[in-house]
Design a protein around this ligand. Structure first.
Ligand code: OXD
Length: 311
């Protein structure tokens, strides 16, 4: 019996590329289709249309084509009880580590201040700093957060991570702050705040006026998670007052960021179009295929999403 697997993402060319790689990785006994199918047993999707699940009643699993699963958890047609899986790293960790390290170096080397001085045609040397002088705090200490932390620890930055609950971990070099009681101390000790947490009810507007006030004056914010983690007006106010020296934003509440959005015009904000870690289709398809094989052999596919937790 041939097992049918559906792939869906909005762009037709990318759907075909996914089908090609996933079909190759799954091998004999599988057929990959690029639309919902009444007989499909598994699906790999990104932003599936409203009727996707109604037209795929035989699904036993759904894989997110990304690390995030908010597009699935907010899907109005997602069947209760359908197991959800998300990509784990699949080449995103190295990209994310490179992106975040680059932004931290931008801060360390005072490039924002030098860019401002250039506009004033001002030749003025600022005091040099070493990584040991700049503390980095990471919120969201999953697979990607750990990759970023390891890259920064290797460079000599003092790295802190905020975690929901303290569990024994082998993260040498990373100081953990656990639970809401330690949130203020975590923020007070963070000069570059990197957001890598999923957008859930708990993290919605996590960076609000209260949180910003706890950061040291002159801190920098890097958001590579989801736009919903920021209370935008509060962050913009902190940038205007100078309490936040600047921010690097790769994600926004509305994407693409509308042309008339105020973020575009803030000089101290660096913007990239959600590219800090893009899904690499060959690696991701390989991972999805391995996990589908595990499920079809009666095993465990790992990285199941907990719908209550939201990731
Ligand atoms: C993801 C993303 O969730 O690209 O992987 O945002």
């Amino acid at each position: 019996m041939t097992i049918i697997v559906s792939v869906w993402r909005p762009d037709a060319q990318e759907r075909q590329t996914w089908a090609h790689h996933l079909g190759g990785a799954l091998g004999d006994g599988y057929q990959v289709v690029t639309q919902p199918d009444p007989l499909a047993r598994h699906a790999a999707v990104w932003s599936a249309p409203q009727d996707f699940f109604a037209r795929s009643p035989a699904l036993q699993s759904v894989f997110s084509m990304g690390a995030g699963v908010d597009h699935l958890l907010h899907h109005p047609g997602l069947p209760a009880g359908l197991p959800i899986y998300r990509l784990e790293d699949a080449g995103m960790g190295a990209q994310m580590a490179r992106y975040c390290r680059h932004e931290v170096e931008h801060v360390l080397l005072r490039h924002q201040q030098y860019a401002e001085q250039k506009l004033q045609k001002r030749w003025h040397e600022l005091p040099p700093r070493s990584p040991a002088d700049l503390t980095v705090g990471i919120v969201g200490f999953g697979v990607l957060g750990r990759r970023v932390a390891a890259a920064l620890v290797a460079e000599g930055y003092p790295v802190r991570a905020f975690v929901r609950t303290a569990t024994p971990r082998d993260d040498t070099g990373v100081r953990l702050f656990a639970g809401s009681g330690q949130w203020p101390a975590f923020l007070a000790d963070t000069q570059v705040l990197i957001l890598l947490a999923p957008h859930t009810a708990q993290t919605h507007h996590l960076v609000d006026a209260q949180a910003l006030a706890l950061l040291p004056a002159g801190a920098w914010l890097v958001n590579v998670a989801r736009g919903g983690l920021l209370d935008d007006p509060a962050v913009q106010a902190a940038l205007h007052s100078g309490h936040l020296a600047g921010a690097t934003l790769d994600v926004f509440g509305t994407e693409p960021l509308p042309r008339d959005d105020g973020w575009w015009t803030l000089a101290q904000v660096r913007i990239t179009p959600h590219v800090s870690a893009v899904t690499l289709i060959p690696e991701s398809a390989q991972q999805v295929a391995q996990r589908i094989h595990a499920l079809d052999a009666g095993g465990d596919a790992g990285a199941t999403v907990d719908r209550q937790r939201g990731y």
